[in-house]
Design a protein around this ligand. Structure first.
Ligand code: 13P
Ligand code: SF4
Length: 309
């Protein structure tokens, strides 16, 4: 009798055949996270993409994350389960106005969030993620004017933390985090008065002002897991629930719905499925391809960030 393989079994076989590493962001569905070689935030995955043996990176996240992996791994094949897995911040920040800004202000320093296209990265002086944005801006001489792009909430958070007045901020937003209404956080706090609030810095300032902790996706997970409190209101994408409940089984985690979808899910991240991952490993498509001249220009700002710490 022939036994039918599950999709997960097919993926594990293909992973071996292809000598592939499977990297997954915390916002992926649990069944994808379970198969991954590494699950992390955008900084951890960028670092991990530099450091492994194998020929193929199957990037279960969004396209800009896979582009970053490809910039760091020109000799490897980088695939994503769904090519349409973009990001509202990337969509909010086309390259032409950044090129025009660069021409108009050649002495300004452009700090780009990793949530940008490879073309915007190539116009940037240094990259950052939500985890290291404050350190990156602090590394720039204080007399230099900085253009921080594209997330306006992360930019405002960095401005507040660094006290830097010469920081100009692009006005892009994340459709998930920027639409968390402060009033819903207040209601959640009334419902769960003992819960502490952890928030991603892409949330609006009014939400961050209520937070007990602000940090990247992995920092939020680590903080909730190691904190002695038992109950948390988690102001980020609900995919982090998988790691939170695995690492801190006795604790309670509450998520607040945003105004965009009345949920807390990233529609781009959720485009990836096990079936699409299996097909991507089978056909080695959709594949990230970057012209070499563009890749080389995008590499420098990424390496500057990775060298910081
Ligand atoms: P992290 O840097 O926390 O992984 O965030 C990436 C992201 O897209 C947040 O919405
Ligand atoms: Fe982009 Fe927001 Fe989705 Fe993160 S959660 S990938 S910032 S749209």
């Amino acid at each position: 009798m022939l036994l039918t393989k599950t999709v997960a079994e097919e993926i594990l076989e293909l992973k071996q055949e292809r000598k592939a590493v499977l990297l997954a962001h915390h916002y992926q569905e649990p069944e994808i996270q379970e198969l991954a070689d590494a699950v992390g935030d955008s900084l951890e995955l960028a670092r991990r993409a530099k450091d492994f043996d194998g020929d193929v990176i199957a990037f279960c996240g969004v396209w800009f994350m896979a582009e970053t992996a490809k910039v760091l791994n020109p000799q490897r094949i980088v695939i994503v389960p769904d090519k349409a897995a973009s990001c509202s911040l990337v969509e909010n920040c086309p390259v032409e106005p950044i090129r025009a800004y660069r021409r108009a202000h050649p002495d300004h320093v452009i700090v780009s969030y990793i949530n940008t296209s490879v073309e915007v990265k190539a116009e940037s002086d240094i990259l950052c993620t939500s985890r290291n944005a404050v350190d990156v801006v602090n590394s720039i001489p204080p007399d230099k004017t900085v253009l921080f792009l594209p997330d306006r909430n992360l930019g405002a958070y960095v401005k507040d933390k660094t006290g830097r007045q010469n920081l100009r901020i692009w006005q892009g937003t994340c459709i998930v985090h920027a639409t968390f209404p402060a009033r819903r956080v207040t209601e959640a706090k009334q419902q769960y008065p003992d819960a502490l609030i952890a928030a991603h810095p892409e949330c609006p300032q009014a939400v961050l002002a209520m937070a007990d902790f602000v940090g990247s996706t992995s920092e939020i997970i680590n903080w909730c897991v190691s904190h002695p409190a038992r109950e948390f209101i988690v102001m980020t994408e609900s995919g982090v629930r998988f790691s939170l409940e695995r690492l801190a089984p006795g604790k309670q985690f509450h998520f607040v719905a945003n105004e965009q979808c009345n949920c807390s899910e990233c529609p781009y991240m959720k485009l990836n499925t096990l079936e699409k991952l299996r097909d991507a490993l089978t056909h080695l498509e959709p594949r990230v391809e970057i012209p070499e001249a563009l890749r080389v220009r995008a590499l420098l700002p990424i390496e500057r960030m990775l060298a910081l710490r």
